[in-house]
Design a protein around this ligand. Sequence first.
Ligand code: S6P
Ligand code: ZN
Length: 193
Amino acid sequence: MGETTLAANLPHQRNLAAATGVLGGTRLLERRLSDMPRYYLDQNSVLARLAENPLIYQVYDAPIPEEPGHLCHCTTVIKPGRIGDEFFMTKGHHHRVDAAEVYYFLQGEGFLVMESRDGTARSLAVSSGSVAYIPPGWAHRTVNTGAGDLGFYAVWPGVAGHDYASIEAEGFGLRVLATTEGPRALPAREGRS
Ligand code: S6P
Ligand code: ZN
């Protein structure tokens, strides 16, 4: 940790392989179904898939201090697949301190689902080349609706921090599901949009 923290205070560079989403010299975090079973709508399908325990997504996280002035950055690669009708997705979170974030999509296709603190939900259809802006105060989750990996590069202020609790408890106002008309972001809770 000492060495990487020192390096972060000096000019440096990493290699981002756009075709795979691998960001060089970073920590790899993997999320499998067993890390997030309650996030999915169809609990029968969760139970049926837990033995196989599919890899849902990977995060290549650059070791930048979460301190004023710094910019944290990482890549995320979401694997293709569904649990029941619901596409593979990230857990989603609020930033602890309301702070914006920018995503640059490298490969694949999907949705970026967002929700403000007053419960207003929005979704953006994203694909390779999309640059998405997540305003301060909007929780965010990314969903892979394509046949291959969905990869993106993210940058956010070092002071932002992460709060997973409210999304884990209540979810988002939209869920991205396979329908006869293709992938759709659909209302997930009565009375909210
Ligand atoms: C960090 C940024 C992303 C996510 C990553 C995984 O602020 O929004 O790098 O951390 O896509 O999602 P999650 O919700 O599991 O952190
Ligand atoms: Zn974030």
